[in-house]
Write a protein that binds this ligand. Structure first.
Ligand code: SF4
Ligand code: SF4
Length: 105
């Protein structure tokens, strides 16, 4: 099993409080705020870590570049996708690709 799958599986087994703590810690490494797609709304709502939490709920609708490939989290967990803020988290994109095949670059 790859690093990302193992991480998600282990995370699910943890109590909610511990899970939240890990997510908050991972958010500190997220470089989304340096990305051109990241906007004022996302700053105010403290939206981050879309690769694990899921796409932007309130703020980001337009893709104007993505920095995920340079992110330490992407490297640490071997993420295969990007534009998580608009296209959904790594888990969802992997699933969609396995079912439909990806038409997105
Ligand atoms: S891979 Fe992208 S969404 Fe995930 S933490 Fe890094 S910059 Fe944020
Ligand atoms: S997920 Fe990618 S496109 Fe979206 S804000 Fe983060 S770095 Fe930018």
């Amino acid at each position: 099993m790859d690093v990302f799958n193992t991480f998600v599986r282990d995370l699910k087994k943890l109590p909610a409080e511990e899970r939240d703590k890990i997510i908050e810690e991972k958010k500190t490494k997220c470089i989304c705020p340096t990305c051109p797609s990241y906007n004022k709304c996302a700053i105010v709502e403290r939206e981050k870590l879309f690769c694990m939490i899921g796409q932007s709920f309130l703020c980001i609708s337009f893709e104007e570049g993505c920095k995920c490939e340079d992110c330490p989290i992407a490297k640490e967990y071997g993420l295969e996708y990007k534009y998580f803020c608009t296209r959904g988290d790594e888990k969802g994109q992997r699933y969609l690709n396995s079912v439909w095949g990806s038409t997105l670059e």
